[in-house]
Design a protein around this ligand. Structure first.
Ligand code: UD1
Ligand code: PEP
Length: 428
């Protein structure tokens, strides 16, 4: 096990290249199960979620190669082997195996998913969708059992706008008989990416990226080659860091349209932001205005950037309020930021940040992926050395994070945990 150490305070300059989107990758890989010939996905990020999904596809008999960011999956030898626990629990997105295996085999047994602890992460809307398509779904001893004689298209209204449920229902519905309509669907770019892959495989999908998705089921889907979209959350994380410490940082391989809500907030704070077709250039402000941020479904401000944004707002002159309407308990980073001197209170779903307060290096723990991102930014801003444990959470979602940060001038390195630190981690 490792920790990350950062000596903060350096001005940052240079270019950082964004990897493929984690939250697309984790759905595109399971989607390959639906094909009847090999699928190749290009531009995958080098993160542990991708490695675990590769292992899971191999557990059900898939032949998978992963070289140079390119995964080729031969699904022809897969069977609907139960995947009750173990690796399934290591990530949230293992729930996409439910939709994909139900679509292909009409049955699946999948353990309850894991992922970051952000408060309750229910999957009732996924199950409602599978049931509407004709599946019988039961929860037995920590695993979800899905079985259908046949899948039939249906009209499904989502009670909450959910990225996970929208994609999972799409995965099953492309192999259902007849027409499915998903109403109140989520509109995130990752949904369009998955729909593009499925369409290239032969699926008939209209309306991905709007709140009504129409799917006409087909009998066969075949393999294809697909290039993943850039990771808007990874890009946003580096943009926020550049807003705090950048003397001119270029974020390369990004779709600026996917980040309009963040760009607007950075500009409101006084940060210099310039966009071109696939790059964003950022320089810090001399003085930062406080802003209020409310996370919303896309195209609103993404919940995944709420924690990094909180760190930046410690530099603003006055009071900023950050409200998370998607995950009310996504505030575990706040205690750690307080250890670094930040003045932040949590009231209900909101963090109230008063600044400007210079951060001080400290020993802190990443409790989840984006908490880890917020601490990396804090470490780069702080006086002195910051030591971050819980690095495995960061490695779930940020490809070569230490190397990328070094590339723009952050004084950062990894160290092995001492035996005593290992014991402390085990006890906590
Ligand atoms: C809309 C939104 O911002 N989604 C984010 C959410 O996706 P993720 O897929 O985790 O969450 P969903 O989009 O599915 O859920 C959105 C909201 O609906 C609720 N819900 C979801 C499914 C369900 O069956 N029942 C239910 O009540 C969730 O608890 C949450 O409050 O976290 C991901 C990882 O952090 C982000 O990348 C997504 O952009
Ligand atoms: C919370 C996240 O990941 P997951 O949903 O996979 O836990 C995230 O991407 O910010």
């Amino acid at each position: 096990m490792e920790k990350i150490k950062i000596r903060g305070g350096r001005p940052l300059k240079g270019t950082v290249k964004i990897s493929g989107a984690k939250n697309s990758a984790v759905a595109l890989i399971p989607a390959s199960i639906l094909a009847e010939s090999p699928v190749t996905i290009e531009g995958l990020p080098e993160i542990s979620d991708v490695e675990i999904l590769k292992d899971l596809l191999e557990e059900i008999g898939g032949r998978v190669t992963l070289n140079n960011h390119e995964m080729t999956i031969d699904p022809t030898t897969m069977t609907s082997m139960p995947l009750p626990n173990g690796k399934v629990k290591k990530l949230r997105a293992s729930y996409y195996l439910m939709g994909a295996m139900l679509g292909r085999f009409k049955k699946a047994v999948i353990g309850l998913p894991g992922g970051c602890h952000l408060g309750p992460r229910p999957i009732d809307q996924h199950i409602k969708g599978f049931e509407a398509l004709g599946a019988e779904v039961t929860n037995e001893q920590g695993a979800i059992y899905l079985r259908a004689e046949e899948l039939r298209g249906a009209r499904i209204y989502l009670d909450v706008v959910s990225v996970g449920a929208t994609i999972n229902i799409m995965l099953a519905a492309v192999r259902a008989k007849g027409k499915t309509i998903i109403e109140n669907a989520a509109k995130e770019p990752e949904i369009i990416d998955v729909a593009t892959l499925l369409s290239n495989m032969g699926a008939k999908i209209k309306g991905a990226g709007t709140d009504t998705i129409r799917i006409e089921g087909v009998e066969h889907l075949s393999g294809c080659r697909h290039t993943i979209i850039p990771d808007r959350i990874e890009a946003g994380t580096y943009m926020i860091l550049a807003a705090a410490q950048g003397d001119g940082v270029l974020i390369d391989n990004v779709i600026p349209n996917h980040l309009e809500s963040l760009i607007a907030k950075l500009q409101e704070m006084g940060v210099f932001v310039e966009t071109s077709a696939d790059q964003v250039f950022i320089s810090r402000a001399s003085q930062y205005n406080p802003v209020d941020v409310k996370t919303l479904v896309y195209p609103g401000f993404p919940t995944d950037l709420q924690q990094p944004m909180t760190t930046l707002l410690t530099m603003a002159e006055g009071t900023s309020v950050v409200t998370d309407t998607i995950y009310s308990a996504r505030f575990k980073h706040i205690d750690e930021l307080r250890r670094m001197n930040a003045n932040i209170k949590v009231e209900g779903r909101s963090a109230i940040i008063t600044g400007p307060v210079p951060l001080e290096g400290a020993k802190v723990k990443a409790s989840d992926l984006r908490a880890g991102a917020s601490l990396l930014i804090a470490g780069a801003m702080a006086n002195g050395i910051t030591e971050i444990t819980g690095v495995e959470h960061i490695d779930r979602g940020y490809s070569h994070v230490v190397e990328k940060l070094q590339g723009i001038g952050v004084d950062i390195w990894r160290e092995k945990l001492t035996e005593q630190e290992m014991k402390q981690v085990e006890q906590s």
